[in-house]
Design a protein around this ligand. Structure first.
Ligand SMILES: CC(C)(COP(=O)(O)OP(=O)(O)OC[C@H]1O[C@@H](n2cnc3c(N)ncnc32)[C@H](O)[C@@H]1OP(=O)(O)O)[C@@H](O)C(=O)NCCC(=O)NCCS
Length: 167
């Protein structure tokens, strides 16, 4: 199928794009049910730090002069893959195949031939369905334990005991 001339196109970001990326990031956190970092300005600052320190790379997809999506990723030598930390299509552009088309375009443009890894929050089953359709398969289960609140015992309710009756 021919791609229309006005289809969104990726452009790599610099730290100067932090305001647009940070605004989208705040919406992404809300949409996927992630714990909020705080006001949008904190997302913008975090983006600026990530990009200016080279901790992540990002690209915005533009339809004419309007940003419609972004991706944020880093090369992860520890896993020999690319970790796609964030992928987002603006709310008013969803459900028309833009996400799928832009993701495959990003594969060709930025991650050609590389294994890809990402996390999906359990609170985002539609997001998980989107990735499954793009060929992602379950790989590991990320688990988390929060620090104990002062005065609250965080140890497991049933302490582990050495078993002596093993068959
Ligand atoms: C997920 C997302 C990138 C897909 O972009 P899109 O352009 O809407 O995707 P497409 O039109 O190519 O595909 C539609 C599919 O995307 C997913 N999707 C659509 N809206 C969604 C939303 N608000 N949240 C999560 N997933 C959504 C669904 O799987 C949908 O299929 P369905 O209509 O059968 O449920 C986009 O919806 C989005 O940015 N959602 C919020 C952020 C998010 O969940 N990002 C992924 C983090 S793991």
């Amino acid at each position: 199928m021919a791609i229309p001339d006005d289809a969104p196109q990726w452009r790599p970001c610099t730290p100067l794009d932090a305001p647009a990326l940070g605004r989208f990031n705040a919406q992404l956190a809300e949409d996927e049910g992630a714990p909020a970092l705080g006001p949008t300005s904190l997302y913008v600052e975090r983006m600026r730090t990530w990009l200016s320190q080279g901790r992540y790379q990002a690209a915005l997809a533009w339809a004419q002069d309007e940003p419609v999506a972004y991706a944020l990723w880093r090369d992860d030598p520890d896993y020999a893959d690319v970790f796609v930390r964030q992928f987002f299509v603006a709310r008013e552009h969803r459900g028309r195949g833009i996400g799928q088309r832009l993701f495959e375009q990003a594969v060709r443009q930025f991650w050609d031939g590389r294994p890809l890894r990402l996390d999906v929050y359990d609170s985002n089953p539609r997001g998980a369905a989107f990735w499954a359709r793009l060929g992602f398969a379950p790989y590991s289960r990320l688990m988390r334990r929060m620090p104990a609140e002062p005065g609250v015992d965080a140890s497991p309710a049933r302490p582990l005991r050495a078993r002596t009756d093993r068959a």
